[in-house]
Design a protein around this ligand. Sequence first.
Ligand code: ADP
Ligand code: MG
Length: 331
Amino acid sequence: MFYIKIAVLFVITSLLTACTDTPKDIHETRFMMGTLVSFTVVHSNKNIAMKSIRKAAQEMQRVEDTFTIYGNKPNSIKDFNQLAIHTPFNFIPEVNKILETSLIIEQQSHGAFSLTLGALNKLWGFSNAEPPLAPPSPTSIQALLAAAQGCLQHQGKQWLRSSPNCQLDFGAIAKGYAIDRGIQTLKKFGIQNAMINAGGDIRLIGKHGKNDWHIGIRDPRHKDNIIATLSLHGDVSIVTSGDYERYFINQGQRYHHILNPKTGYPSYSSQSTTVIASNATLADAWSTALFVLGSKGLKVIEKLPLQALIIDSKGQLHYTKAMPINLLTKP
Ligand code: ADP
Ligand code: MG
């Protein structure tokens, strides 16, 4: 369903001494959620590390299957998206929780984040096996945009759609939630030092040997260049959204997969946004929301327990006061 994404964030790894009882880096990479997901567990017992990674990957796959609107496997989101309009529907508590988190972020971001863009996202086709080459017709965009706005309603704890093209899409938050579940699974196995990186959506715990984990931020217009690094440890998440992963250029114009819910077209406020949060669910959703808000979104972020970096449409950097960034070069 998806084409492979190039990781947004580049993880700088360092070798640890390889003696038997010394913790070592155990790596594993899987293709999931439309991207390469890399697991790094620092542990002295390879079997425990490998088992924990296997279970974490299974859990992340379960989350993907629960939330995706692509592929043939049934799930409750796809059911809801096909339900007759005005029919009340109960989601399982897990979906309800992410749905409610999404709606809070939708409100806090003044609609920059929108959970009801499913039909529009499918129309643009950025999650198809073959990337699109041209934008859809303005008429079809307008029609689906109108159907998406304010179309999700609730009656008590039940949810209903007010138009047939009102389609939920958790694409901007579910990957982060999957990573959180993956980290939780690793913790259940007693893992204290690890990183999961799903194509630029990262959560890390503990340290990388004696050191912090070092994360590099790419130049959105020269993807092989790292423009800044961050050194982090503890239990924290860092997620980047960019316009340089799923995109095409048509008649000199770049079209990419993060839509402005007010226009139905890709957002041109930013080239990339990076958000640090206590968990990957929030960091993922906010990196998308902030991408749409652009530099004016920093005011919103400063009021929340988040740190962020924005590379705006001109390549200028903007970041929150406490963003622990180490600049290397200007993009
Ligand atoms: P990535 O999947 O590359 O990590 P994001 O987390 O930014 O990127 O999520 C982008 C996905 O979210 C899109 O593929 C689409 O499914 C959905 N989406 C696009 N625009 C928005 C938006 N404004 N609000 C919420 N979801 C969006
Ligand atoms: Mg996101």
